[in-house]
Design a protein around this ligand. Structure first.
Ligand code: EPU
Length: 435
């Protein structure tokens, strides 16, 4: 079992370079399946979710070559299987993008239904609704979703809720469907636009991505392309909050400031100084941090994926803050862990009340999901004393060498490996690489 050990109290300074966006990469990699030729994808983050996508592509028969750091050449023309087993989908929910990509290319797909999720109920009814609208039939047997269509035909798809995953899956399935598809009430996240840009660079005809109506005119063939994934908005936001929580002063490089607007505005309200440049942001704190109220919402609202990190910052601010979580019903599970570090937070349904105490104390804690883990790292960096974070595999699903990046900014953090069996004391440092 790997753990992070953090000695808190060090200001983050210098600079950090943000990696490619997880939530764009996990859709773009499956989208390569739709191409008649090999593609080169750059700025792919080194995270375990990406590793799973690559394993699935190889399992399907694609030829994947890591041609440079963060760059993969993927040849989908060797694909000869259409089934994604449970061993992958149980590790990564985003493996549902293989449904849309395989269906769009081969008119068939068999993907294991994703298992339970720490964020609560995660239905895929809207994904299936989109596939059916395009002419596919679906059946569930032995935990596998089977999709098949004689021919996909463009149609109107109206989503009952704003959903990132179903919007992306509808795009993947519709891109080669005959005629016009209109997706209404579409999600508008930066990764939706990135997927559309990627598909268009292969010859697709997608308009309106980034608005709530996306129009897709089906094309017969998609060709190879070289494409760089956008920088990760949430990784950038996480580092911005970490700098603020340690009262640091640092530059966050390789970002698209426009994607960070909702985060930037809230941080400024809390008392964090921010200066934006073309593709970087300086973040520093030279005064008190103050309370703020936050409601999570689909883009361009405040992202749910930044909720736990900003809540951690608010435990260090003056006054009472209120956070309302509108996307995931179980996204306050990190609160119990933060309480162990001295935070004063009360949760009632989807609302959390945070009494800023101004300080946190190190403690042994456990990451219960990816962003909860990021919040605990921030807490550990700002706390007095030592914080030990268990179950860091959650963090490694979505953050590219977080401990190395933090260490290069002055943090005292290391990753250690401890034997799983209780009572065994030996510890071994497994990763001390600087970035
Ligand atoms: N929903 C339905 N039916 C569906 C799909 C979604 O009711 O068929 C509901 C969900 O239950 C939820 C809401 O719609 O209440 C939004 O879900 P969405 O589909 O947008 O989420 P997702 O695509 O499954 C992605 C990110 C999440 C992020 C959410 C919201 C990926 C791989 N995952 O999930 O990222 O929280 O959008 O922005 O893109 C993370 O990175 O930590 C993470 C959880």
């Amino acid at each position: 079992m790997d753990k992070f050990i953090i000695k808190g109290g060090r200001r983050l300074t210098g600079e950090v370079t943000i990696s490619g966006a997880k939530n764009a990469a996990v859709a773009i990699l499956p989208a390569v399946i739709l191409s008649d030729e090999p593609c080169v994808i750059e700025n792919v983050p080194s995270i375990s979710d990406v590793n799973i996508c690559i394993q699935v592509l190889e399992e399907l028969g694609a030829t994947v070559t890591n041609i440079a750091k963060d760059t993969y050449r993927i040849d989908p023309t060797t694909i000869d299987k259409f089934c994604v087993p449970y061993e992958y989908t149980r590790k990564m929910r985003a493996s549902y993008y293989f449904l849309g990509a395989l269906l769009g290319m081969y008119n068939k797909a068999r993907v294991s239904m994703p298992g339970g999720c720490p964020l609560g109920d995660r239905p895929i009814d809207q994904h299936l609704k989109a596939f059916c609208a395009l002419g596919a039939e679906n059946a569930l047997s032995q935990g596998m979703i089977d999709l098949s269509a004689k021919k996909l035909k463009g149609n109107q798809i109206f989503f009952d809720v704003v959903t990132v995953g179903a919007t992306m899956n509808a795009m993947l399935a519709a891109v080669k469907a005959e005629g016009l598809t209109i997706i209404e009430n579409a999600a508008k996240e930066p990764h939706i636009v990135d997927l559309a840009n990627f598909l268009n660079s292969m010859g697709a005809n997608i308009m309106g991505a980034g608005t709530d109506v996306i129009k897709i005119r089906g094309v017969e063939h998609l060709h190879g392309t070289t494409y760089a994934v956008i920088p990760d908005q949430i990784e950038a936001g996480t580092f911005m909050v970490a700098i603020a929580a340690t009262k640091g002063d640092a530059i966050v490089k390789n970002v698209i400031p426009k994607h960070l607007e909702s985060i930037t505005k809230k941080l400024e309200k809390i008392g964090v100084n921010i200066e934006q440049y073309d593709d970087s942001i300086r973040v520093w704190v030279d005064g008190p941090l103050v309370k703020a109220n936050i409601k999570t919402a689909p883009h361009p609202g405040f992202p749910t994926d930044m909720q736990s990190q900003i809540a951690t910052l608010l435990t260090l601010a003056e006054g009472t803050s209120i956070i309302t979580e509108n996307i995931w019903e179980q996204r306050f599970r990190y609160v119990d862990e933060l309480r162990r570090m001295g935070a004063d937070i009360t949760v009632n349904g989807k609302v959390a009340l945070i009494e800023g105490t101004g300080k946190l104390m190190g403690a042994p804690v456990k990451a219960c999901d990816l962003r909860a883990g990021a919040a605990l790292i921030i807490a550990g960096l700002a706390a007095t004393g030592i914080t030990e974070i268990e179950d860091i595999f959650h963090i490694e699903r979505g953050y590219d060498c977080m401990e190395g990046k933090l260490r290069a900014m002055g943090a005292d953090i290391e990753k250690i490996s401890v034997p799983d069996k209780p009572g065994t004391k030996k510890t071994e440092t497994v990763s001390k690489t600087a970035v």
